[in-house]
Design a protein around this ligand. Structure first.
Ligand code: FAD
Ligand code: UDP
Length: 373
């Protein structure tokens, strides 16, 4: 086998690099060990005909016009703003915490100013915000922390808030107004025909060949190439030379409910303290699909299994840095994506990282005569 660039992984990182390299005239071979493209953003119809996300709910949102416009080359969009309720002591409250959450929880009738003052009175300011516990306590104080954050975080990560870097809990803002959207980015849309259809279009260039159910470890020496783009776990690439990098996994329990127009009021309901799962998502909210039945997924976090989340904490970052030094010294391989860069990236951030890496790669791969002229 021969190609200019071998791309390991057909998720967002791999597909963006493949599309850009193909457009620049390179022959690209994309492999994935799974039997489908799209990585964790893959979607498909379940056996009842409902469009589901087998690897958990994926909601696209970005503040970047450039990233939105780039992806718009491959899909139409459906406007969708995600909303989440958290079930606490048998009641449902908006999360991120907002005015409604505070008023309902404490039986108050505060206006925005009142909520700001309330939060000011309960928050525990920190001189230095290093951990996720610092983030939560310094914004909402002890009671809201225990009700909404500590249990969820323990379930999701198997760690206490105090053992995780600030960035994890900082994903969830606190609001004094009534905004109950999960995200406030200017672009909040779902790909109208789904993610897989978008990936198919990205990978449809004649310079791109896709081979599924191919593991890089098994075939890496059989493919003649100039360069490799690797989007899998970075520690696996280097055969765990410095030991395993911790990743958090999940098990997904999918269920279809026949003759059920709607199962729950919002796209996702979080269960911070009750249940073994963290959340239930009902896909029809996300996709807008009309169907007599409905399909839901419960997410059960676990230590072993497919690596889904890097675990942001200082000792893991230090181990990643050692692997990253090896990556920097491996000049014929580009490492990009959530697993290869060990970053808690959303989809749009992966697209941004891949566009940056592939631009640099295309410049580096230019034949010498082109650079001169
Ligand atoms: P991946 O999608 O993981 O793709 C990597 C691919 O490489 C995989 O297909 C894998 O099979 C393949 N691979 C790995 N090793 C090898 C090998 N040795 N040989 C061959 N192939 C290999 N982001 C959002 O923006 N919004 C959301 O709502 C959202 N929800 C999420 C929910 C869950 C449960 C999870 C886990 C993630 C969520 N994300 C969300 C994040 C999003 O999934 C990622 O940012 C994005 O999909 C990462 O793309 P990637 O290409 O870096 O990695
Ligand atoms: N989180 C929480 N309670 C919630 C929602 C989130 O404690 O109701 C914390 C938890 O640590 C979680 C993190 O905030 O892992 C990030 O949440 P997000 O919904 O962004 O997680 P993802 O969708 O990436 O799994």
């Amino acid at each position: 086998m021969k190609c200019d660039v071998l791309i390991v992984g057909a998720g967002f990182a791999g597909a963006v690099c493949a599309e850009r390299l193909a457009a620049a005239g390179k022959q690209v071979l994309v492999i994935d060990k799974r039997n489908h493209i799209g990585g964790n953003a893959y979607d498909c119809l379940d056996k009842n005909g409902v469009l589901i996300h087998p690897y958990g709910p994926h909601i696209f949102h970005t503040a970047s016009k450039r990233i939105f416009e780039y992806l718009s080359n491959f899909t139409d969009w459906r406007f969708y703003e995600h909303r989440v309720l958290a079930r606490v002591d048998g009641e449902y409250y908006p999360i991120p915490i907002n005015r409604t959450t505070i008023n309902k929880l404490y039986d108050l009738k505060l206006d925005e100013q009142g909520v700001t003052e309330y939060l000011e009175s309960v928050r525990e300011p920190r001189d230095r915000v290093a951990t996720s516990e610092d983030v939560v306590l310094s914004s909402v104080g002890q009671d809201l922390c225990e009700k909404f954050f500590r249990g969820y975080t323990r379930k999701q990560w198997g760690l206490d808030l105090s053992e995780l870097s600030a960035g994890v809990a900082a994903r969830i803002p606190t609001r004094s107004n009534d905004d109950d959207r999960y995200f406030t980015d200017s672009f909040q849309f779902m790909p109208a025909q789904g993610y897989t259809a978008m990936f198919e279009k990205m990978l449809s260039h004649p310079n791109i060949e896709v081979r599924l159910e191919e593991d890089f470890q098994a075939i890496k020496s059989t493919i003649e190439r100039q360069h490799t783009v690797y989007t899998g776990p970075i520690d696996t690439y280097f055969e765990y030379r410095y030991g395993k990098l911790p990743y958090r996994s999940l098990s997904f329990e999918h269920e279809h409910l026949g003759n059920t127009e709607q199962f729950q009021a919002t796209g996702t309901i979080n269960y911070p303290n009750e249940q073994e799962y963290t959340r239930i998502t009902e896909f029809k909210h996300l996709t807008g699909q009309q169907h007599d039945g409905t399909s839901i997924v419960r997410e059960y976090p676990q230590a072993e299994g497919e690596p889904y989340y890097p675990i942001p904490r200082p000792e893991n970052e230090a181990l990643f840095k050692r692997y990253n030094e090896l990556a920097d010294a491996t000049t014929d391989v580009t490492f990009v994506g959530r697993l290869a860069q060990y970053r808690y990236y959303n989809m749009d951030q992966v697209v941004g990282a891949a566009l940056k890496s592939v631009d640099e790669l295309i410049a580096a791969l230019k034949p010498a005569e082109e650079l001169v002229s």
